[in-house]
Structure formats: C-alpha cells, structure tokens
Design a protein around this ligand. Structure first.
Ligand code: TYD
Length: 202
C-alpha cells in the first residue's frame, strides 16, 4: 500500500506522521517512510534549490519541474522498489502537493502539472491520501516563516487549500479528509481508524 499525507502548512501534518510511525512501530508493522521533496541524495539537493530564499525569481514552470524531478528520483530509487517488495510506503507530501501548490496556487493548472508528473511518477500513484483538512487562515499563526514558500502571502495558501479540496473531490475514492481535533491524540485515532478501514494498516 502506498499512503500519502497532505495538507497546508502548519496543520500538524508532521506531528500526525510521527504519531502514525510510533503506532506502526509499536504494533510491529513494517513501513518505509519518506518525505517530499527529498529522501534521496539527489532529491535533497533539488529540495535545497527549490526552498532557497535566494531563488525568488524561480518561475512556476521551473518549480514544478524541480518538484517532479525530485519525485522521479524518489520513485525510482525508493518508492517503486519498496512497493514491488510488498512493503507499505508512507510519504509526507506527493503529487497532490504539486497539483495544489503549482497547479492551483501558482496557476499552472491541474492538467499541466499532472502531465509532467505522470512522466515523473509513472505508475506510482497513492492508494490512500490522508488530507489534514484545515484552512490556512486557521493554522497560519503557528507556522515558522523561514523558507521561501512559507513567506508567501496567506492568499497563496488559501489557493493551495482550495486546490486540495478540488483534488479531493476529483479523486474522492483515494482521499480521506481528516479535520484536526483540539487534542492531537484524537486526530491520530481518526487517522488510524481511516487507514485500518481501507486496509492500508492493521
Ligand atoms: P516542508 O518544509 O517539507 O513543508 P511541510 O513541513 O509543510 O511539509 O517544505 C515543503 C514545501 O514544498 C511546502 O511548502 C510545500 C511545497 N511543495 C510544493 O509546492 N509542491 C510539491 O510538489 C511538494 C512535494 C511540496
């Protein structure tokens, strides 16, 4: 099973990924954990170009291609081999981040981004995508604004959120929308229940 986590910045995605990993380790369930962009030497180098605050002039097309390049490397060297070996893969951000950020918020359009990514991902589409469903204006206060993308205006992040909602509606069978609870343990329980229901974990 290939499981991805998505959400806007500052919604507690990393915390939930950590809680899920603790749960899977505690219950003796094997999985491979990766994050995007990154998780291979080459993808991490691409990540530092994308997120470098000096690269303010980067065009949306360049950005989309760099995310796709980082993804192509990760798919070929980690995700595809792990899935072929029957292992579960849990990835922090994936194709839906590109559709939401580059497609909707940067304005490249969903179709262009999906076309580039079809080449990058080949057949590695997620089976289940957990979307932490919180509007950025509700989450923004807790975000540390130290990289280029986090410095973008709130309007940009609201477009990202709208992009995610559109993507979730278009791929309803794959998406699980999880509204974060006040208590992160409650959010964690909702995620575990949803993933168990879909047979992604035990
Ligand atoms: P990161 O610090 O890993 O963000 P987070 O902790 O919120 O996951 O930085 C990744 C940034 O890259 C984040 O702002 C989302 C963005 N991104 C895209 O714009 N397109 C993509 O395809 C991916 C994978 C990430």
């Amino acid at each position: 099973m290939f499981v991805t986590f998505e959400g806007c910045e500052g919604v507690g995605k990393s915390t939930q990924l950590k809680l899920l990993r603790d749960y899977l380790e505690r219950t003796g369930q094997d999985a491979v954990y990766v994050r995007e962009p990154g998780s291979t030497d080459i993808s991490e180098q691409i990540r530092s170009i994308i997120l470098d605050p000096k690269n303010r002039d980067m065009t949306p097309e360049t950005e989309a291609l760099l995310y796709a390049a980082a993804r192509a490397q990760l798919v070929s060297s980690v995700i595809r081999p792990a899935l072929d070996a029957g292992r579960t893969v849990i990835c922090d951000r994936y194709i839906d981040s590109s559709v939401a950020y580059q497609g909707y918020a940067r304005g490249l359009g969903r179709e262009a981004v999906e076309r580039v990514n079809a080449f990058a991902m080949r057949t590695a589409m997620p089976d289940v995508t957990v979307f932490i469903d919180l509007r950025p204006s509700a989450a923004f206060r807790s975000v540390s604004r130290n990289d280029r993308l986090e410095m973008e205006a709130l309007a940009f992040h609201d477009k990202v959120y709208e992009g995610y909602l559109a993507q979730a509606a278009a791929s309803a069978g794959r998406f699980v929308l999880v509204r974060p609870e006040k208590d992160r343990a409650d959010t964690h329980r909702k995620i575990v229940a949803a993933l168990r229901e879909r047979g992604a974990i035990k």
